[in-house]
Design a protein around this ligand. Structure first.
Ligand SMILES: [Fe+2]
Ligand SMILES: [Fe+2]
Length: 353
């Protein structure tokens, strides 16, 4: 368990927060006996004797222990991870595709509102914000976030990130069997995306425990988000894929900032050599033994987000009814299928079809 002073370091006192973020914090956090607001909804735990938590009286529960049965040895992932080279992971950079159509502009504006809500929920103070003119590419802040703030951001982001792929995949599946038409390979990629996002969430849930308010927020957000995406995908799959592309830009930005702050030594709990990442992550990404730090984990997750970013911006550029999914297609001649992480703004239609 953490000492009182360490807890105090982990969660900034709300007295210094802006009035609006203080109001949100008061809902997310419960008052502690030490005069600080502490994160009731977040428990960060090391799987070692030096484990720490923000709540002294509460142990991290295992939300999904491995189910042991008489006959089954293990249940393997439905979509094994395809893996990355180190170079691929290190070359990911935050980027932004400028809006070119009215639909793009609309998707971008909605995303700005979502980002504002996310910053508010994370309790970001002014000095923790990046340059507002370049919100998805600027990564410098006056003050770093705390591990607890990052964890709230990761959990909330990942809990909604798994929705769009499932909605889009489901609607394309229903369209295919209703209209008796082929789908041309989009459904699998979209479903795999939502599976991959769920693996991100499960990984963070092994490290932290959301409190009741956070759980309520997640349920509410899913209700609103699922139904909004369902309607918007029926109206315009093109704009919806652009919106998801912008969401993934935010995800790449978030993980890039967290990695930068680890590199700069601002997140000592995560750079501690005794910090052990969850087994579920090691198995899913097949992480080599010497590459199992929190930074390594975030590099894998960021590369996944960069793939989603490239895939969704590209899908938005295609003809939604006829074009095949280029990422799972076999090309003529010597050409290989495009690598989505390598193209932050997505491929234009004439480049891949
Ligand atoms: Fe994710
Ligand atoms: Fe993502």
């Amino acid at each position: 368990m953490l000492s009182t002073s360490l807890q105090a370091k982990l969660c900034a006192p709300t007295k210094q927060a802006s009035p609006l973020s203080r109001a949100v914090f008061s809902l997310l956090y419960s008052p502690s006996t030490h005069g600080y607001s502490r994160v009731a909804c977040i428990t960060i735990q090391q799987h070692s004797s030096r484990s720490f938590t923000t709540t002294q009286d509460k142990k991290l529960r295992d939300f999904f222990p491995i189910k042991e049965t008489e006959s089954i040895r293990q249940t393997l992932p439905a979509w094994p991870h395809h893996g990355y080279t180190e170079q691929e992971m290190l070359s990911v950079v935050p980027d932004h595709r400028p809006a070119k159509t009215v639909g793009d502009w609309f998707a971008w504006k909605i995303m700005r509102i979502c980002r504002w809500g996310m910053d508010l929920a994370t309790g970001l103070r002014d000095e923790q914000q990046v340059d507002k003119k370049n919100p998805t590419t600027a990564v410098t802040t006056i003050k770093p976030l705390t591990e607890a703030q990052w964890m709230i951001r990761f959990l909330f982001l990942e809990s909604i990130a798994g929705v769009p792929g499932m909605v889009a995949g489901m609607l394309r599946h229903l369209h295919s069997i209703r209209r008796l038409k082929r789908d041309n390979g989009w459904i699998e990629t979209l479903l795999e995306e939502s599976y991959n996002e769920r693996m991100h969430l499960l990984t963070f849930l092994k490290m932290s425990e959301p409190g009741r308010f956070m759980k309520l927020m997640i349920i509410g957000a899913q209700g609103v988000y699922f139904n909004s995406l369902f309607l918007s995908y029926l109206i315009s799959p093109k704009i919806t894929h652009r919106f998801i592309g912008y969401l993934e830009e935010e995800a790449v930005h978030t993980y890039t900032m967290a990695i930068k702050q680890i590199d700069e030594g601002h997140l000592p709990k995560w750079s501690d050599p005794n910090f052990v990442i969850p087994d579920i992550a090691v198995k899913y990404w097949q992480m080599p033994e010497e590459k199992r730090t929190m930074k390594d984990l975030l590099l894998y997750i960021r590369a996944d987000e960069a793939c989603h970013r490239g895939v969704n911006h590209t899908l938005s550029n295609l003809n939604q009814t006829d074009d095949p999914n280029p990422f799972v297609s076999e090309y003529k001649g010597e050409r290989n299928p495009p690598r989505p992480a390598s193209k932050p703004q997505g491929f234009e239609r004439e480049e891949v079809i």
